[in-house]
Each structure stands twice: as structure tokens, then as C-alpha cells.
Design a protein around this ligand. Structure first.
Ligand code: ADP
Ligand code: NI
Length: 194
């Protein structure tokens, strides 16, 4: 399976190597490394975790065309039907928007990848990703409100909610630390704003 994991990394590098909204190859690699860390000591399938983490954003509507099937294309070529289904089940149910629609990730492997992806939306990198995505979608940094569609408003509307949604204890601990940093950042931001 190790060679297939390497192939998946190459595939994501080719297709999302220079994606500019924070769903790029390096995001996939951070999620992969964090997921392996969160998996330590747990009785889980590391191959499923690895492939789900590496491939998870390739067909995300933020970076690909509607109906894009790049993940399935890869899995059909390299992974048997049963494992493909386990990986797709994770990728198709793990996002924040999926959760709002009532979808849940049932497997422990999925819960770990979901936590790893969410941790990358927090902390210093999380802050960078919010601004990158906001700029790319022609929205403002801030406009004196936390109820509109600005980057700063997104902290309150989504990012700060992620801590309580973490599945694993380890991820909750890292989330807490990263959110403390974001609060420090906001304190400074608002003091400069005034
Ligand atoms: P998920 O996979 O949980 O749905 P997203 O793909 O929505 O997560 O988010 C990925 C990254 O894009 C996060 O870092 C997030 O902060 C950023 N992002 C998503 N939606 C917005 C938004 N409306 N405004 C600013 N940043 C956003
Ligand atoms: Ni992601």
C-alpha cells in the first residue's frame, strides 16, 4: 500500500500543487501528517486514513468543477472496491457543510481525518487560509461586523465552533491551543483597527 500512498501524493501535487485558496497539496500533506499523529495508539487502518487525508479535497467544490470525480478515478485505478468505498464514505461526509446538513462520519478513521482537516483551519495557518479564501472570493477583511461575510466574521461563524466539534481528545487539546493564538491575534487586530 505504501507505493499507492506515494502515488496519491503525486496525484494531488499534480492536480492541486498551486491551488491558492488553502486547499492545496501542502494542506493535504499537513492533514495527512496530523491524522497519522492523531491515530497513534488507536486501533485503526492507517492506509485508509492516509488515502482519505491525502485525497480529501480534490473534488471539493471550492477547487474543482461540479461533479468532479478525481478521487474516484484514482481509487478505481489503485484500490479495491471495498477500501474505495471506505475512503469515499469518509471524504463525502467529513466537511463542516456536510455536518450542517446532518451528515456524520461514522468510522474512527473518518473521525480522525475530519479532526486533522479541521485543525488546519485553526492557528497561524488557519488564519492565513481564511484570508486567502476570502480574497479569492472577493470579500473584505473586515467591515465592523461579525455577522457579515468578511474574513474576521468567519472566525466567529465557523472557526471558533470547530473546537467543540472535534472527535478526539488529542485534537481538542491542539484546537484549544490554536484558538488561544487566534484570540491573541484578534485582540491585536481590533486594537490596530481602532
Ligand atoms: P470543510 O472542509 O470543513 O468544509 P472548508 O473547505 O469550508 O472546510 O474550509 C477550508 C478552509 O477554507 C478553512 O481554512 C476555512 O477557514 C476557509 N474557508 C471556508 N469557507 C470560508 C469562508 N466563507 N470565508 C473565509 N474562509 C473560508
Ligand atoms: Ni481540507
Amino acid at each position: 500500500m505504501n507505493d499507492i500512498i506515494e502515488k496519491a501524493k503525486e496525484y494531488v501535487k499534480d492536480l492541486a500543487g498551486n491551488e491558492v485558496t488553502g486547499h492545496d497539496y501542502y494542506h493535504a500533506m499537513r492533514v495527512y501528517n496530523m491524522a497519522l499523529y492523531l491515530a497513534v495508539g488507536k486501533d485503526v487502518d492507517l492506509d485508509i486514513i492516509s488515502l482519505a487525508a491525502i485525497l480529501h479535497d480534490l473534488d471539493d467544490k471550492k477547487i474543482s468543477e461540479k461533479g468532479s470525480k478525481r478521487v474516484e478515478t484514482f481509487l478505481n485505478q489503485h484500490v479495491d472496491k471495498m477500501n474505495s468505498a471506505r475512503i469515499l464514505e469518509i471524504i463525502n461526509n467529513m466537511s463542516f457543510s456536510d455536518q450542517i446538513k446532518g451528515k456524520t462520519v461514522e468510522s474512527m478513521e473518518g473521525k480522525i481525518v475530519q479532526d486533522a482537516d479541521r485543525l488546519d483551519a485553526l492557528g497561524a495557518i488557519g488564519i492565513a487560509r481564511v484570508f486567502a479564501y476570502t480574497g479569492k472570493t472577493n470579500r473584505m477583511i473586515y467591515q465592523n461586523s461579525i455577522d457579515d461575510d468578511s474574513a474576521i466574521a468567519h472566525f466567529y461563524q465557523k472557526l471558533f465552533k470547530l473546537e467543540s466539534l472535534m472527535n478526539t481528545t488529542e485534537a481538542k487539546i491542539i484546537a484549544r491551543k490554536r484558538i488561544e493564538f487566534m484570540n491573541k491575534y484578534l485582540k491585536e487586530f481590533f486594537s490596530e483597527w481602532r
